[in-house]
Design a protein around this ligand. Structure first.
Ligand code: THU
Length: 138
């Protein structure tokens, strides 16, 4: 699947966001190694901290279905669903990515014009996984 297609699926996923508190709609599309794609949106909560980000929604859906090998994720977001620039994953989502993905996992950050590509190694170097304490998970 081309990155542009994954980005389109992230934009579509943004439309599913439940955001009565912030108004920031976020969408994600996660590409599994076998070609399956899982979409996710952010789901907010009146108590704020139970809010689930779009990226984690996509990961948790995929893992529930038995997927553990991932190639890339496209992410987009913006106030009222208007994409004004890249919407990079939060620290908690980066850590969830690190649980399942290696340094070369690709993150496509959808911006107004197209997308920027970064790797997990760039977003979260020196990642932590059980049994690999403080290693870079290369
Ligand atoms: N959000 C995401 O969905 N993904 C991120 O990586 C950053 C933040 C959501 C959480 C909240 O619903 C809204 O964006 C504003 O922070």
């Amino acid at each position: 699947m081309y990155p542009e297609e994954l980005c389109k699926l992230a934009i579509e996923a943004m439309g599913h966001a439940y955001v009565p508190y912030s108004g920031y709609k976020v969408g994600a599309a996660l590409l599994c190694a076998d070609g399956a794609v899982y979409q996710g949106c952010n789901i907010e909560n009146a108590a704020y901290s139970p809010t689930n980000c779009a990226e984690r929604t996509a990961f948790f859906k995929a893992v529930y279905d038995g997927h553990r090998d991932f190639t890339a994720i496209a992410v987009c977001g913006g106030k009222d669903g208007v994409i004004a620039g890249a919407f990079p994953p939060c620290g908690v989502c980066r850590q969830v990515m690190r649980e399942f993905c290696k340094d070369d996992f690709l993150i496509y950050l959808v911006n107004g014009q197209g997308y920027e590509t970064v790797t997990l190694a760039q977003l979260l170097p020196y990642g932590f996984r059980a049994g690999e304490h403080m290693s870079a998970n290369g």
